[in-house]
Ligand binder design. Sequence first.
Ligand SMILES: *Cc1c(COP(=O)(O)O)cnc(C)c1O
Length: 409
Amino acid sequence: MLDMSFDPASRVQDYLVFGEFGDVNPSITDSSTYTFLSPERMEELFEHEIEGCFLYSRHFNPTNKYLASALERMEDGEAAQVMASGMGAISTTLMTLCAAGDEVVCGRSIYGGTYALLKNLLPRFGVHTRFVDLCNPDAVRAAMTPRTRVLYCESLSNPLLEVSDLPQLAAIAHATGARLVVDNTFTPMILSPLRHGADVVVHSLTKFINGTSDCVAGCVISTREFIGRLNDINSGPSMLLGPVLDSTRAASILKNLHSLHIRLRQHGSNALHLATSLATRGYTVHYPGLGSHPQHELLARLMNPGYGWGGMMTFDAGNHAAANRLMTLMQREKVGYLAVSLGYFKTLFTTPGHSTSSEIPLAEREAAGLSDGLIRFSIGLDADIAQTTARILNCLAEAEISPGDYPTQ
Ligand SMILES: *Cc1c(COP(=O)(O)O)cnc(C)c1O
């Protein structure tokens, strides 16, 4: 039975570390290498990790360890490793779990970079992927073979915002001896996938967790055994491919992590307000906080209470030209920026079909319901969301987009 008292924000808050002089922010590691008082001690560290001892900053460094420890607590994992990007976290995780001849089963509505990695790059190393509709458990089961090492999903999929049934997917993966890997980038704190049976959680820290769109970073959270394999000196993809996060960035992300819970509540209440306003006027919006969202009940069952339903919303403008008109007007009217990425304090919007998901072929996008006029919003921390909503409604009128201009789902 799940312990319902788990609260990721309190877990982060209770993680106290201080610097050499009692500084409330831990000192930032400014070294690539570390001295040893004796040669024997150095040899020992090459054989196994020693708590509090560091060898070389590509392997581990103290500042990155602080950030990793906070994230490991947030996700209720045993160990974590931070990386130079979300893609660094995803690629090294998959390379830790798969070898030539192995297979991956992956959701078909997925971040474009992850799709391209699985579809184009990993086959060159003999790892092949089947893309399936994760909302159809029979299709997922049918795609699993004895060679499947990984079932891969996003907690809330990009860009269609489908909620993954994590306990069900974990059961399907484990039945054939595969591991469930979950990209939790869209729902930090809101969902705790390891607590629902996932084996590995990855994040792009670039998005909500950092929240200021000033750097690119990632992380992996799992068991001590898995992080040990990921970072093994002789065979670990993280150690050997080297996507190491700079320690000054790790320090700034750790500070931002401490306000994540407050930001999520504001992103979530703004997004719910805007989604409700548009839906009640008859527009086609997807937002997991709306009762009309197909997995609203599922998310309600899985989520940690108190952080809202997330900051991601999609809006169907009907067609590509209408979406472009609307986005141009919204930028002019200071609704936010026409930009990829998400989790920023200002609202960001793009048409995924023509940007972040353009790696996915048109036929596959259509089958997944990713229409040409779909605009993905990452809702910002706006102080007055009613005013933003009014601006968007004006932009819709000026762009001549009315409810019912397109087939509703
Ligand atoms: C941005 C993103 C990534 C990739 O992260 P980077 O930090 O840009 O490498 C992976 N998954 C999801 C869901 C993302 O939004």
